[in-house]
Design a protein around this ligand. Structure first.
Ligand SMILES: [Zn+2]
Length: 589
């Protein structure tokens, strides 16, 4: 949860940086009349149709239609979320952002700071003199450059090295224990990580949130020891190396999900920079959501053993549920990606990626395991299992793969599809899907619109589905939490009990919600009319923003640009304006 940045701060940032400077760092811009022009970084082109206006602080590409302000540019170029882009720019241009910082935020900032001290300490041990950690990583073929890039460190032997160091820096025992840097056992305190190679885990905002420690001595167990969960380290909300991989993912168009730290690091060293690892847990829904923010295309590369296969199967389902395209890569010769890429290099590894199996292929392959398809008995059992897989696919895929199975087994497609329909009906009964409970990134305070929506849902539960269909109406984390709970409650009990939902919230959330709801009163007979107005007004807002953008874009066009895109923009403008007029007439009534 990042503290939200005030609107004033965002305006201040936009006034303090010049879009021409910012874009010039990555695009070669030449003056053209009142504006600047260059080759668009968002699509391939040979003649420049990317225009930047200094006076309007706006960019537009008349080739691919990309457009926006300086924050939009950073977002797109570096594949960042909104607040990440804001923070990056503020950092680089020395602009202070005002954040609404509460007690929790201050505590979190302090914990990040302590983790950073610990990371520096481990790194110091690793680089200053001879140590087992460094020797270990060198033996595994990792270069100094890569070690530095990932901030790898060493936790020495002995019981209180880190403890003594942090104590001297003024860190309290409780703080160290909260972060899992030490273990407290009565009056005894000792370092959690001893004689281990240390991998700092860094989130997408560049903060050290925890550590993974690899045992060095033979027989030390566990092989990998991670920081425990803390207020800054939530395993299910983070992925190792996503801070590096997301930018590569924007270029490559996909991300590779591997099992371990070493896989990520070896791949990175060999030039495959778009790999991430889940942190010693099975892939979670939140991690899948995070991945989807950066790319819709995920390649799973888990170990080929039984545990790896199982993890891959589950990971595929979760990613599919988040609308990702999923493929599974099998590293041949029973090697993990780390060994493979070291032995055969980047190109060979990318070839494997190219040949990765689709969701359907992998699932059907797995379903087939253990059956002898020359026996009728096994054939029938395999078809039942395959039908369950086919039932989870979309119609086009069903078509394709049922044809394949039919041909392969000499069974009619009709009978396969009948099995699929039976399966489909059963699984639909079993899994009424629930929307996710939590989000990786949080936005601002509850808006009045959201407060109205929450009130409406409590008066008539039927509205919950409609609202969740238009999820972008919701901007605050609090509203999303409340409405997701309302959804689940309604599914289970057929009604929505707002008091019960409020009871389940944190104290801060409770306060904010109750306070905002106080000023929302709706006549029960007016629910529908109020809802319609809310939605219409929201749409008008969205469209007006778009109208403004298109107008600005059009003002940047000059004669040298292809008339076609300009015409497209004009047409888009007319459509948007017509839509706005329609909505305005409706709400005026
Ligand atoms: Zn473009």
């Amino acid at each position: 949860m990042t503290p939200s940045i005030s609107n004033e701060s965002i305006e201040h940032l936009k006034e303090s940086v010049n879009i021409v400077d910012v874009i010039s760092r990555s695009v070669d811009l030449k003056r053209a009349g009142a504006n600047f022009k260059g080759l668009c970084p968002f699509h391939n082109e040979k003649t420049p149709s990317f225009v930047v206006s200094e006076s309007k602080q706006f960019f537009t590409c008349f080739g691919c239609g990309a457009r926006g302000d300086v924050i939009e540019f950073e977002k797109r170029y570096y594949n960042l979320g909104f607040s990440e882009a804001v923070e990056k720019l503020a950092d680089e241009y020395g602009v202070t952002l005002e954040k609404k910082q509460g007690y929790e935020d201050k505590k979190r900032a302090r914990y990040y700071e302590i983790n950073k001290m610990a990371a520096r300490y481990f790194y110091g041990n690793f680089t200053r003199g001879k140590n087992d950690g460094y020797d270990y990583m060198k033996n595994r073929g990792i270069s100094d450059k890569t070690l530095k890039k990932f901030g790898i460190g060493y936790a020495p032997k002995g019981w209180t090295n880190l403890y003594d160091y942090l104590k001297k820096q003024g860190v309290s025992d409780q703080e160290m224990a909260d972060l899992g840097l030490i273990t407290m056992n009565g009056s005894k305190k000792y370092d959690r990580f001893r004689n281990r190679v240390m991998f700092p885990i860094i989130n997408t905002s560049g903060k050290v949130i925890g550590f993974g420690g690899r045992a060095i001595a033979e027989g030390d167990s566990p092989k990998y020891l991670n920081s425990p969960e803390s207020i800054v380290f939530k395993k299910k909300n983070n992925l190792y190396s996503l801070n590096f991989a997301r930018q590569a993912a924007a270029k490559d168009g996909f991300i590779i999900l591997v099992e371990g730290y070493m896989d990520v690091i070896s791949l990175f060293q060999s030039g495959v920079e778009n790999a991430v690892a889940s942190l010693g847990t099975a892939l979670t829904e939140n991690q899948a959501k995070m991945l989807h923010r950066y790319t819709g295309d995920v390649v799973l590369s888990y170990d080929a053993d039984a545990a790896g296969r199982k993890a891959a199967m589950r990971g595929m389902d979760i990613l599919r549920d988040e609308d990702c395209r999923v493929r599974v890569l099998h590293v041949t010769d029973g090697k993990d990606p780390d060994e493979y890429v070291k032995k055969y290099g980047k190109d060979a590894f990318l070839e494997l990626v190219g040949g990765a199996k689709t969701f359907a292929e992998y699932k059907l392959d797995s379903a087939r395991q253990g059956f002898d398809l020359s026996k009728d008995d096994d054939k029938v059992r395999y078809i039942r299992k395959a039908a369950a897989v086919l039932a989870s696919l979309d119609p086009v895929e069903q078509d394709l793969y049922s044809a394949r199975i039919s041909e392969e087994l000499g069974v009619s497609r009709d009978s396969i599809m009948k099995e699929v329909q039976k399966e489909g009906a059963r699984s639909a009964r079993e899994t009424a899907r629930e929307p996710s409970a939590e989000r990786a990134e949080e936005a601002d305070d509850l808006t009045m619109r959201e407060a109205y929506l929450i009130r409406i849902v409590s008066l008539d539960p039927e509205y919950i589905d409609k609202i969740l269909e238009n999820k972008s109406m919701l901007t605050s984390g609090l509203a999303k939490r409340v409405l997701n709970r309302a959804y689940t409650q309604n599914k289970k009990t057929g009604k929505i009990d707002l008091d019960e939902i409020i009871d389940g919230l944190t104290e801060a959330d409770q306060k904010e919600l109750i306070q905002t709801l106080q000023s929302v009163v709706i006549d029960e007979k007016q629910v529908e009319a109020v809802y319609k107005d809310l939605v219409d007004n929201w749409k008008i807002e969205e469209l007006s923003g778009k109208e403004k953008e298109i107008l600005t874009s059009l003002s940047l066009a000059d004669d040298s640009l292809s008339g076609e895109k300009v015409k497209e923009f004009q047409k888009e403008l007319i459509d948007v304006q017509m839509e706005i007029r329609k909505l305005r007439n409706r709400t005026a009534r």
